[in-house]
Design a protein around this ligand. Structure first.
Ligand SMILES: Nc1ncnc2c1ncn2[C@@H]1O[C@H](COP(=O)(O)OP(=O)(O)OP(=O)(O)O)[C@@H](O)[C@H]1O
Ligand SMILES: [Mg+2]
Length: 1104
């Protein structure tokens, strides 16, 4: 899209709502930030900036500004050009990656249900739309997009906070070729909340895939997999919640299958994936009863179906669920004995198997996606981090603890990079700086993960796990005691009778210690691994690859250690990229649009540290770059720096800054980096750079178009000459002339275009001579389109405010099919008569051959007949009737004269024309092109001084509207072939499918159930510290754009954005004020802006 069409949004009559960038807030307080966000939210603007950070408020409805139109609008545009948008941030990442050759990442943070996953999907969608690519790349793009429905089906679930809550963390690296095509990718997933497989809280569901399978399975699948209603299964009926508002499980099931297909999972494996899901559901229905202190399977009929689906032996399953092999050392020898389990232990074992199966299946799917898009080497990448958000439930277990810990770590990165590092850098680089205080949550991260001095919660937990008894009884109590001893005096920690409270950055969370040790230990008993390794399905055996005969040394890795390592690895990965941030805000817990809960929003604004963010931003520098990178990026701006600067880098940077006349107070030179204060100043540089590139691109484009056009016109020229062949002499200079078509440069002639239909194509346009009844000649612009012929003249305005001005008027609009005939002489002159019904036109044009051939072609298209052409040296034409007199005819008589110039002599009603001999009538053009005799269309030479020779650009259109909303993850449906799982000829054990299923152990979910945990959380010490630490006032007005100095010259204000097309033109944005130096009658004015003088179109501004 040409930059000319990118109008600033303010010109689209878009209502201004609050401020786009909160750096510009007149008062910086949490209240004013909330107020600004609210105002914008209520006006349907969900995005707002704090400098480069994007704030996104969940609208809980589809907004209309995510269409292809916006994708086009934001592509290659500078941040300030359009309203804040996630596309702008994404485009910026993509461009930075390409220009600077640096990997980028975007950290999307926010609490559960704030819109992180939706944001991540918009980013992926945008990247896949704007980047090119052949078949292979398209395939990668498909997989990237299709990975979403697949991973959501298996990794997302309905929680009370979010109907589509991600129950795993995901870092998706999209890898690009050096040409910017996404040709690979890699997903890293973090800690799936697998406890959900066996148990869900009130009003929550298991992972979506269960309900999708139940709703969407075909009749055959129902039979083979033993699909019943969801309340039949214990693993689904505990919360008695089966449906989610606005979700069609059946349809999503097909999308999940499609996704597996696109990713390339073979049919048979797809079938086995579903078979395992069904197997887990049936496994959950195996209940136990107490029998002399030992557990016995309640109903052995219920063993058959899960055993069948998992391809294992039923008796063996029975044994492994009710007993466990234990190694005991006896006199130096190790002996294995079978220990019988009690009911609690047996249920625990069953659940462990279900969770183990599910999480391995999930990892398999992630791996399949990775395999399908892996690339042998890495070039560039953009990483998108979408993890589970900070959450507080009524009962918070080990998983919430891990989830909240990861969020704490991400907040840490944000603080490190935007608040801490930024300020430290100023000091390091020797830039004048007054420190701004903020709450640093490192203290909370340390409380959780510190190894020593003092030992953090995770280390204490690992220690307890290492020493705990195999069944873990009493371990949780011990943990609580040890925690009290180790971190009891930390101000962010409190303990209570069955758990502990952590004062997180985002609020106080009370954790129930029950189950912490078991979940942390996270080992799957050897017995269960052996059991699954005995499956008849290779696929299932592949999910359990452990080598059990190899002795394990040292402590097994705990879940806590794993997540700690993953979180730290992630931080390291992110630190290696150029980071970008999206901070999602959840405006309510009702999930309704336009519902703004003030205290909830304020709470998030506070803990996200938005106020401090704005302060640091305002007082600081919007942009910094090491000298070398800066020189590379802007090298194109001056001949001295292109292609590379020779000499001291620092001086090179200064040279560049001076070449764009950047104000001295707008930048500072550090020791190794240049710091630019305002984004506006940076945009100036960016814009200049873009324009340079644009000019080069245009030159290449133009050359190509000219080449193509030349070839086409060569052919046309041959065709054209055939209409005159043997009838008319030809001019020496024009026989081999190339055809150009538009000799008026219609593209830039709004005064002419106004008469022509919006979408009408211009076949031919030129200025011709028209002779009136007295043979006086007058100029007419003749424009030929596929259906019409226009004749445009000029007249002086007689009345009104424009009196005395010369204006274009449409003299005639002729429908081509109404033309009767054309007559010409046999000499080499340029006259021709256009015969119409009432009267005719005597015209003279150097490009008559080109014009006539096009006219004939169009006439034939419209009438299916040939336009009559006659050749004679005595021609006659009818003139228009005027009043009483007039009408009648005039003659034109051609005679042989001297030379190539036409001599004309009017005599009464006859015009005598004489001209020397031309080329013989049978001359044909030669194949070789002749040099151009006149201008090219769209090619304008701009005089060094004075206005450009071309017409003014048209006034920008004003019809911008946001299109219809669309956000789809679907691809065209593919028919699925499903083969039944009984590949070994075994039929499903129909009798084994017990009718009663699992006892419905649904808790009574009363409407009055305790939902207090959904309230805005208590801020705890983190909140108080924040208040204490951030009371410093910033200096007023620091970091704001400098007010323009007043000048005495007349001024005008830009109505539209204008991007200069040549070196002597000015570029400006809407509302910019320009000093007017000269108002030229041609419409090209001369003015001064930002210290630069240049030309600009007067119709783009309004005088003030
Ligand atoms: N930009 C948006 N436009 C329309 N609806 C949105 C948008 N963002 C979020 N939503 C709505 O909010 C819901 C929750 O958003 P999302 O799943 O992205 O939250 P999340 O931050 O990923 O939460 P979690 O941490 O639980 O995974 C979406 O399912 C959707 O209904
Ligand atoms: Mg999510």
């Amino acid at each position: 899209m040409g930059s000319k069409e990118r109008y600033h949004w303010q010109s689209q009559n878009v209502k201004q709502s609050g401020v786009d960038d909160m750096v510009l807030l007149s008062k910086i307080s949490e209240e004013s930030i909330v107020e600004n966000l609210k105002k914008r939210y209520m006006d349907d603007y969900i995005f707002t900036y704090i400098g480069p950070v994007l704030i996104s408020v969940n609208p809980f409805k589809q907004m209309p500004y995510f269409t292809d139109r916006e994708i086009e609008l934001y592509q290659g545009a500078a941040q300030y050009e359009n309203p804040p948008h996630i596309y702008a941030l994404t485009d910026n990442m993509y461009r930075n990656m390409m220009i600077d050759g640096e990997n980028q990442c975007v950290i999307i943070s926010g609490e559960s249900g704030a819109g992180k996953t939706v944001a991540a999907k918009y980013i992926m969608g945008y990247i896949s739309k704007v980047s090119g690519g052949a078949e292979k790349v398209q395939h990668v793009k498909d997989i990237i997009l299709q990975s979403n429905p697949l991973l959501e089906a298996f990794g997302n679930a309905k929680t009370v906070r979010n109907n589509n809550s991600s129950r795993f963390g995901k870092y998706f690296e999209i890898q690009f070729s050096r040409g910017g095509e996404p040709d690979g990718g890699k997903i890293s997933n973090f800690l799936l909340e697998k406890s959900r497989v066996v148990n869900q809280n009130e009003n929550e569901r298991n992972f979506h895939i269960y309900y999708q399978l139940i709703e969407g399975a075909s009749e055959e699948q129902r039979q083979n997999l033993g699909i019943m209603t969801p309340d039949y299964y214990f693993y689904l009926n505990q919360s008695a919640t089966y449906k989610v508002d606005g979700t069609d499980d059946r349809q999503e099931f097909h999308e999940t299958l499609d996704a597996m297909q696109v990713i390339g999972i073979p049919q048979q494996q797809q079938q086995l994936v579903l078979q395992i899901i069904a197997g887990i559901m049936h496994l959950g229905n195996i209940g136990f009863r107490e029998c002399g202190n030992y557990a016995q399977v309640e109903d052995s009929d219920l063993l058959a179906f899960p055993a069948y689906l998992l391809g294992i032996d039923q008796t063996r399953l029975n044994d492994k669920l009710t007993s466990r092999k234990m190694d005991s050392k006896w006199g130096g020898k190790t002996e294995s004995i079978n220990v019988t389990l009690n009911v609690e232990q047996a249920s625990y074992t069953r659940d462990a198997l279900a969770k183990g199966l599910y999480s391995r299946l999930f990892d398999f799917l992630v791996e399949e996606i990775n395999k399908a898009i892996q690339k042998p080497y890495e070039e560039y990448s953009i990483g998108v981090l979408d993890i589970y958000g900070f959450e507080i439930f009524k009962k918070n277990g080990f998983e919430q603890f891990c989830i909240n810990f990861v969020n704490e770590k991400l907040q840490q990165i944000f603080i490190e990079l935007t608040l801490k590092a930024e300020q430290e850098e100023y000091v390091q680089e020797g830039i004048n700086w007054t420190a701004i205080d903020y709450f640093n949550n490192k203290i909370v991260c340390d409380l959780i993960e510190s190894k020593l001095n003092p030992t953090g919660i995770m280390s204490v937990l690992d220690d307890v796990c290492a020493t705990m008894h195999a069944t873990g009884e009493g371990a949780d109590g011990t943990l609580l005691q040890k925690l009290q001893a180790a971190v009891g005096c930390n101000e962010h920690f409190n303990s209570w009778n069955s758990g502990f409270v952590i004062h997180h950055y985002a609020g106080k969370v009370s954790y129930d210690v029950n189950g912490f040790c078991e979940r942390n230990r996270d080992v799957l008993f050897t017995d269960l691994i052996e059991l699954m390794q005995s499956s008849e399905y290779g696929f299932i055996r592949m999910l359990f690859p452990e080598k059990l005969d190899v002795d394990k040394k040292g402590r097994p890795t705990t879940a806590g250690t794993k997540i700690k390592k993953q979180a730290n690895d992630l931080v390291n990965t992110l630190m290696k990229c150029t980071p970008h941030y999206i901070r999602c805000i959840k405006p309510n817990e009702t999930k309704r649009p336009k519902d703004w809960e003030e205290s909830r929003a304020k709470h998030q604004v506070e803990y996200l540290g938005l106020k401090e963010n704005i302060r640091v931003r305002r007082a600081g520098f919007a942009y910094r770059r090491v000298f070398k990178k800066f020189l590379q990026r802007y090298a194109i701006l001056t001949p001295e720096t292109w292609p590379s600067w020779r000499g001291d880098e620092r001086q090179g940077v200064q040279h560049l800054l001076q070449s764009v006349n950047m104000d001295y107070d707008q930048y500072q030179m550090g020791r190794s980096k240049v710091f630019v204060k305002n984004p506006e100043s940076l945009f100036l540089l960016e814009e200049m750079r873009e324009r340079k590139f644009d000019t080069f691109a245009r030159t290449i484009q133009k050359a190509w178009r000219r080449y193509i056009a030349r070839r086409k016109y060569e052919q046309m020229r041959e065709e054209a000459s055939s209409i005159l062949l043997n009838f008319k002499e030809r001019r020496k200079n024009s026989i081999n002339r190339n055809f150009v078509g538009d000799y008026l440069g219609m593209e830039d002639r709004p005064e002419l275009r106004q008469f022509i239909g919006k979408r009408e194509r211009i076949d031919f346009a030129d200025s011709v001579n028209k002779y009136d009844r007295r043979f006086k000649s007058i100029k007419r612009d003749v424009i030929l389109t596929p259906k019409h012929l226009y004749m445009i003249g000029r007249e002086k305005v007689k009345k009104g405010p424009e009196k005395g001005q010369i204006k274009e008027v449409l003299k005639k609009k002729i429908e081509i099919q109404t033309i009767k005939a054309i007559s010409l002489s046999t000499k080499q002159d340029d006259f021709f008569i256009l015969h119409e019904v009432e009267y005719d036109n005597l015209l003279e044009s150097v490009f008559k051959t080109e014009f006539l051939s096009l006219l004939c072609k169009r006439f034939e298209e419209l009438t299916k007949g040939k336009l009559q052409l006659s050749f004679s040296d005595t021609l006659q034409f009818k003139v228009k009737k005027e009043g009483w007199g007039g009408g009648g005819t005039r003659n034109v008589v051609f005679s042989r004269g001297q030379g190539d110039l036409t001599m004309i002599k009017p005599a009464g009603k006859t015009l005598n024309v004489s001209i020397g001999d031309g080329l013989p009538k049978n001359t044909k053009p030669s194949r070789k092109s002749a040099p151009q005799s006149r201008g090219q269309p769209g090619y304008h030479q701009t005089k060094k001084h004075g206005p450009p020779s071309r017409g003014l650009p048209p006034t920008p259109r004003d019809d911008y509207r946001n299109g219809a909303a669309q956000f789809s993850r679907n691809t065209p449906q593919q028919d699925q072939m499903y083969t039944s799982p009984n590949k070994h000829g075994k039929a499903p054990p129909a009798t084994a499918l017990v009718k009663h299923g699992a006892t419905n152990k649904a808790r009574q979910v009363s409407s009055s159930c305790d939902m207090e945990f959904l309230n805005v959380p208590d801020q705890g010490v983190a909140g108080q510290q924040r208040k204490k630490s951030i009371s410093k006032r910033p200096q007023p007005g620091v970091g704001r754009p400098k007010p323009q100095a007043k000048a005495a010259a007349p001024k005008c204000r830009a109505l539209y954005q204008y991007v200069g097309q040549d070196v002597d033109e000015l570029s400006f944005n809407v509302n910019e004020v320009i000093d007017v130096l000269l108002e030229d009658a041609s419409g090209w004015w001369k003015g001064r802006l930002r210290g630069k003088e240049g030309l600009f179109p007067g119709n783009y501004v309004q005088k003030i």
